[in-house]
Design a protein around this ligand. Structure first.
Ligand SMILES: Nc1nc2c(ncn2[C@@H]2O[C@H](COP(=O)(O)OP(=O)(O)OP(=O)(O)O)[C@@H](O)[C@H]2O)c(=O)[nH]1
Ligand SMILES: [Mg+2]
Length: 300
């Protein structure tokens, strides 16, 4: 990929996606690279539920990062839809960044995914994430193990939390992009609609402190956003699958829901740069993860 000395580097632009099992750190890495929160993150697996594009602009390149849901063994119709999205995405991009956490042994899921991506047209790079959580010796072992896992063009260790090696990763991914004119306007960070970003921030706040099956059962839809003087009025519905879950999300004397609202509001105010009035309603959509009609209504 080297150019003769003295010539300007050719402009490159294209798509790279992060894939990997749930919780591998894909969304945190996406946010860290573009320097803004475009994707929500949580310690619960299967946080990301759609494909999120974020654009990194440089003088001689445009790297479109595509964050995808964690690939997993599906137990619901939602799970199947999410896996389909991942497979469609990775078949279309120029570079696939297979994310494998440094602090967990390589498992069946990683092996399965690395085999699947092996046959794609895009260049596959292994990204060893969360390096801040392990010793140098452990990291060396993991890099070796990842090297054995598949035929990767490169293996790059990173820590999104510390910001370690992010530039290196971007350089590596960019090098495999095609020569191409700019794909998106200069100032575009993401093509996520504002309502979706807002709904996601509410879901992120709602995920905090809930356990077991409940994180999977929560969905959020922003019904209305009404600008008023210096204020944005936002009306949103938080969906759960069962009445018992509704009680948990609301909490005693609505204390939990209030906390969720406060946390979400702060994040939304930061995103929109305006004061926000947030009205949250908790509703039950019975077994929505398995119901095609409800899934469609919730945007899947
Ligand atoms: N210490 C440390 N933790 C990290 C790092 N990157 C991600 N995490 C944590 O790992 C957890 C999962 O991160 P996410 O970015 O949501 O993972 P994901 O791969 O997008 O997960 P899904 O969307 O569920 O597939 C969160 O608790 C993050 O804070 C890192 O570089 N260092
Ligand atoms: Mg994610």
């Amino acid at each position: 990929m080297s150019e003769p000395a003295g010539t300007k580097r050719p402009y490159r632009a294209g798509f790279a996606c992060f894939v990997g099992r749930p919780n591998a750190g894909k969304s945190t890495l996406t946010n860290a690279i573009v320097g803004q929160k475009v994707a929500i993150t949580s310690s619960k697996p299967q946080t990301t539920r759609h494909v999120i594009r974020a654009v990194l602009h440089r003088a001689d390149s445009q790297l479109v990062l595509v964050d995808t849901p964690g690939l997993h063994r599906p137990r619901t119709l939602l799970g199947e839809r999410l896996n389909d999205l991942v497979r469609q995405t990775w078949s279309e991009v120029d570079v696939i960044g297979l994310c494998i956490p440094a602090d967990e042994p390589i498992g069946r899921g990683d092996r399965f995914i690395s085999q699947e991506v092996g046959g794609l047209k895009g260049t596959v790079i292994a990204v060893v994430t969360k390096t801040d959580l392990v010793s140098r010796a452990r990291l060396a072992e993991q890099l070796h193990a990842v090297g054995e896992l598949g035929d990767f063009a490169e293996v790059v260790p990173v820590s999104a939390v510390r910001g370690d090696q992010l530039d290196t990763l971007v350089d590596v991914m960019t090098a495999y992009l095609p020569r191409s004119p700019q794909l998106y306007p200069d100032d575009m960070l993401t093509d996520e609609p504002e309502q979706v970003l807002v709904a996601e921030l509410i879901r992120e706040a709602a995920l905090e402190g809930v356990r077991d099956e409940l994180p999977h059962s929560i969905a959020v839809v922003v019904e209305e956003m009404i600008p008023e003087d210096n204020l944005m009025k936002i009306y949103a519905d938080v969906y759960v699958e069962r009445t018992s879950q509704k009680a948990i999300v609301i909490g005693a004397r609505a204390s939990r829901l209030k906390d969720v609202g406060t946390r979400a509001r702060r994040q939304i105010e930061e995103l929109l740069g305006t004061r926000v009035y947030l009205d949250l309603h908790v509703r039950v959509a019975k077994e929505w993860q398995r119901d095609p009609k409800q899934l469609r209504r919730l945007g899947f």
